[in-house]
Ligand binder design. Structure first.
Ligand SMILES: [Zn+2]
Length: 259
């Protein structure tokens, strides 16, 4: 079964076999995405993907339950541009811990932190270990910014260069052109690479290998990092088709991983 937590009754949730069940807690963001994309982009993409999974996929490993999505995350890097909402580090940690605790108290044993915003990733990796230790949960972090997830999906589709896929970019704009085209303003799209100091550098770039604690306005003046002008709805459809299939395979692998 694949279902949304909020659509099940108390007794249906209680009756789920907790040995085989896996709960995904979707974590997104509400933050500036350049002039051409809505601030809800990360949340809209993740919610659309979850709806597509529920519509198209089956899950025979047990029950796959999507908890209510958190549409606001840790986005303080984008402050200074209008429209960004963010939790502070301590607030976001406490809220994730409280929600995971409530999920554990309902008897669930496996939790996936299912993330669509790169600014959340450090927090999710950090808290995953605390949730293991504090609550006894098996916790997995699914992140698509600092893994090969999109690199694989973009093969044969990506037309932009090294920095073309990062923020409000070829990837996110293509996904939005497919999921919610009425909210995308392509006439306002501009391409922008990161500033030279965080690009033409053997050691410190926005992709690492060594990190600087940058805020977005240090890196880009438009708020875009990437090449949204190369985005198309056709690419978006192919990327969603890939992501639906691949994410279900990854969640199945989590379901089979006991530790
Ligand atoms: Zn985004």
């Amino acid at each position: 079964m694949i279902a949304k937590w909020e659509n099940l009754t108390r007794d249906e949730l209680a009756a789920i076999d907790k040995e085989s069940a896996i709960v995904c807690l979707p974590t997104a963001a509400t933050e500036q995405h350049g002039a051409h994309l809505p601030v809800g982009t990360d949340a809209i993409i993740l919610a659309s993907l979850i709806d597509m999974i529920i519509e198209k996929e089956t899950f025979t490993e047990g029950s796959l339950i999507f908890a209510p999505q958190l549409p606001v995350g840790k986005s303080n890097e984008h402050m200074g541009f209008a429209g960004t909402l963010t939790f502070g580090t301590q607030t976001y940690y406490a809220m994730l811990h409280d929600l995971a605790s409530a999920i554990a108290k309902s008897g669930f044993k496996k939790l996936v932190l299912l993330n669509s915003h790169g600014g959340n990733t450090d927090m999710l990796n950090l808290i995953s270990r605390d949730l293991r230790i504090d609550l006894g949960l098996n916790v997995f972090v699914f992140d698509w910014w600092f893994t090969s997830f999109w690199e694989k999906g973009l093969q044969g589709l990506k037309e932009s260069g090294k920095y073309g896929v990062f923020h409000a970019c070829e990837l996110e704009t293509s996904l939005m052109l497919y999921a919610q085209p009425q909210s995308v303003h392509m006439a306002l799209a501009v391409d922008e690479d990161p500033v030279a100091s965080l690009r033409d550098n053997d050691y410190v770039t926005v992709f690492g290998p060594y990190n600087a604690g940058w805020k977005t306005s240090d890196v880009t003046s438009s708020g875009v990092i990437g090449a949204p002008t190369l985005a198309t709805a056709e690419k978006g459809k192919k990327l969603f088709d890939y992501a639906v299939r691949e994410l279900v395979q990854i969640i199945k692998a989590f379901a089979h991983t006991e530790y």
